[in-house]
Design a binder for this molecule. Structure first.
Ligand code: SAM
Ligand code: SF4
Ligand code: F3S
Length: 473
């Protein structure tokens, strides 16, 4: 019986992609062994970014260590957990909706334990416990080690439990060592937290200060993942290029991972423009397994808005960074994040955002409407761009980025691409297999299922804005 305890919801409501999302989500499937039959079962539903997906895997490891087994059925589960996101208001509203839906499960079976984890738990855990009596526990991102103890307290009748202390050193190192995502692709968080203070952003408040896992420890984990069949890893961090291990920087980490035997592809996300160093681009160019893909959010093209947001760079400096990256890493694909409708954004400011998108000629633009986050500095400013204007600007970003992506993808026609085969296409596609290029473009092509998880070469024959079609070479 194959079990999949992880259900994934994409965080992005305005775009077709996920927030900083790369690749197909590696959903671990586990077989319940005879020894696990009869154990208590847990189910986790994950909202938000890749960091939350990774954290759900850590939580799975913690629970399995304390005698739980995974299930993919919310009805069968003795423990139902929702791992939440707080980045925009509608992300939180959806979680509240889901928490409400779970009430009936508790009515059916009062012994079922319900928990809310993650960034929203960290932000408003007390409120969740007050508003939803059927929720037994809330735990923020740095409190997952406490879950077994909290569950024991609930079992012994001590009532609702919460743990919301941020911890500047927690990096779940030993927990990560027991994680077994067991897939072709795996996430690997090398940095937790964020030391920036972008005025609109809740992340530093719910994830705390930056901390990093040392290079030897990361390499050991990569080796372990590769030994279980993983061929691609995505290194995760909110500002991953701020990574440090003593005097060593992110380029040293890339170089060390590149040396792991059997690892085919290395990706990483997300970078901050202020920490883009030449050494990092050189490492990308030198390391054959590091893919030619960079996710570098710019947020706004207006220097006035960028300053207001406290991003620390200008339109012109961003352009220079991209030009340097492209000159050092041939064939580099670039994705970005943009916010429209930030307080006081005028049509002129927004035009600069469109100018920047056009000038950089991105492969992919993840676009978001500004959403006020309580407690952030931007809350002090009036959210004065009307919703209709935000929606209209969003549509203009989507339309421009689609045109640019189509043009970019047309450039792939006639080329032969290295593709890692990671799935069977949905029925609507007349070609059976799907994979990704090194530049993270989905490619559909015909081939035998025995090619799954292999690296093949595909000659591109057609292109759309979001994917490519081709023939196996
Ligand atoms: N650390 C990354 C960075 O600095 O670029 C991104 C982190 S955040 C989880 C992902 C994206 O959500 C951001 O790049 C930004 O575009 C968007 N975002 C964050 N706060 C937002 C807000 N209050 N309203 C709308 N979008 C927001
Ligand atoms: Fe948020 Fe800015 Fe940190 Fe990114 S760098 S997580 S946008 S505060
Ligand atoms: Fe990620 Fe959402 Fe938290 S984007 S870090 S899950 S606020």
């Amino acid at each position: 019986m194959h079990q999949n305890p992880f259900q994934v919801l994409h965080p992005s409501e305005e775009t077709s992609g996920g927030c900083s999302s790369t690749g197909t989500l590696p959903l671990p499937s586990r077989t319940l062994s005879a020894a696990q039959e009869g154990l208590k079962k847990y189910f986790i539903q994950t909202y938000g970014c890749q960091m939350n997906l990774y954290d759900s895997e850590l939580v799975g490891s913690i629970l399995m260590q304390s005698g739980y087994a995974p299930t993919n059925s919310v009805h069968d589960a003795d423990l139902v957990l929702i791992n939440t996101c707080a980045v925009r208001e509608n992300a939180e509203q959806r979680v509240y909706g889901r928490i409400g839906e779970l009430k009936s499960l508790k009515t059916e079976n009062p012994d079922k334990v319900m928990g809310v984890l993650g960034c929203m738990a960290q932000r408003i855990g007390d409120d969740i416990l007050d508003r939803a009596a059927h929720v037994d526990l809330v735990a923020g991102p740095d409190s997952y080690r406490r879950l077994p103890e909290m569950l024991a307290r609930i079992e012994s009748g001590e009532g609702q439990q919460y743990a919301m202390t941020l911890d500047n050193v927690e990096s779940y190192s030993e927990v990560a060592e027991t994680r077994s995502p067991g897939g072709l692709k795996a996430w690997l968080a090398v940095q937790r937290g964020c030391n920036y203070a972008c005025t609109y952003c809740i992340v530093p408040y719910v994830r705390g200060r930056e901390r990093y896992r040392p290079i030897p420890e990361v390499v050991k984990e990569v080796e372990r993942l590769v030994a279980t069949g993983t061929k691609e890893i995505t290194l995760l961090g909110q500002t991953i290029n701020a990574y440090r291990d003593g005097e060593q920087r992110f380029d040293a980490l890339l170089r060390a991972c590149n040396e792991v035997d059997g690892l085919e592809r290395i990706r990483y996300t997300t970078s901050h423009p202020l920490k883009m160093r030449t050494g990092m681009f050189e490492a990308m160019a030198d390391c054959e397994h590091v893919c030619e893909f960079l996710h570098l959010p710019f947020q706004s093209g207006s220097n006035r808005i960028l300053m207001h947001m406290r991003r620390g760079y200008s339109y012109e400096e961003y352009i220079i960074k991209i030009a340097e990256a492209r000159s050092i890493v041939p064939g580099l694909a670039v994705a970005t994040d943009v916010i429209v409708g930030y307080p006081t954004e005028t049509e002129e400011d927004f035009q600069r955002t469109l100018d920047l998108i056009e000038e950089v000629d991105f492969d992919m633009v993840y676009n978001f409407m500004f959403s006020v986050r309580p407690g952030t500095p931007a809350e002090e400013f009036e959210d004065d761009v009307p919703i209709e204007v935000k929606k209209e600007r969003l549509q203009r970003v989507i339309s421009l980025s689609k045109t640019l992506a189509q043009k970019k993808n047309n450039g792939y026609i006639g080329t032969t691409q290295e593709v890692m085969v990671d799935g069977i296409a949905e029925k609507k596609w007349d070609r059976r297999l799907i994979g990704r290029t090194r530049t993270n473009k989905p490619v559909h092509f015909d081939g035998d299922e025995s090619l799954l998880e292999e690296i093949v070469h595909v000659r591109v024959t057609e292109a759309g804005p979001h994917s490519l079609l081709g023939d196996l070479v």
